[in-house]
Design a protein around this ligand. Structure first.
Ligand code: URA
Length: 207
């Protein structure tokens, strides 16, 4: 599989997708963006107002904060892959529904297989739930676990830190650990891209 071509194919399919009701009100679908060989993938929740206008992930206030957090560890957004669990904006920014996440899941799975990142950072509870369904973000944020050969690090959503200023330093501290995590993750076995999606049972160890 050529990762660049596969990501382009996914983006085209997402742009025309009608697999759930969210296509009805969307202006632009938001597949995600970043280098096909990015070492880190950030998975957010769903496009908001600005993302729906521009067809790009994290371009509003939460995106600006994400860029600040990246700058704090010496990185730019064009060095990481950024996408969402849901590729179309839920009306009024309501929570994604289970059937919408199920309809969209194959796109995310294919993006993960194509980019094959060493580290996945989940932003917020919906992407965290993909890996740690019963976890509480307040308990596990910033901790890395090996899932299917990659490190998965759950973090608070940047928007949560914008709404609750006390979380800001927590998110910054979790980000500060990322460069070291990436270095450690490079020593892990490459994941089997044909493997089934991860389940809780595949969580092997805590970094
Ligand atoms: N919040 C998200 O979770 N994703 C975006 O793309 C923008 C805001």
């Amino acid at each position: 599989m050529n990762p660049e071509l596969e990501l382009e194919t996914i983006a085209r399919e997402v742009a025309e997708c009608r697999a759930c009701r969210l296509h009805e009100a969307r202006k632009r679908a938001v597949p995600g963006e970043g280098p096909p060989n990015a070492a880190i993938m950030f998975i957010g929740e769903a496009p908001g107002f600005h993302e729906n206008e521009q067809g790009r992930p994290f371009v509003g206030a939460a995106g600006r904060f994400l860029e600040e957090l990246l700058a704090g560890i010496g990185m730019r957004r064009d060095q990481v892959f950024i996408c969402n669990v849901i590729k179309c904006r839920p009306p009024g920014n309501r929570d994604p529904q289970a059937d919408e996440m199920a309809a969209c899941a194959p796109y995310l799975e294919r993006q993960i297989a194509a980019v094959d990142p060493r580290v996945i950072v989940t932003l917020g509870r919906f992407s965290m739930a993909r890996y740690f369904p019963n976890a509480r973000i307040s308990r596990i944020h910033g901790q890395a676990r090996v899932v299917d050969g990659r490190l998965v690090v759950p973090m608070y959503h940047p928007a949560a830190a914008l709404h609750q200023p006390a979380l800001r330093s927590v998110v910054e501290a979790d980000f500060a650990k990322l460069p070291d995590r990436v270095a450690k993750a490079r020593s892990l076995e490459p994941p089997d891209s044909e493997a089934a999606p991860p389940s809780g049972a595949e969580q092997l160890s805590l970094f």
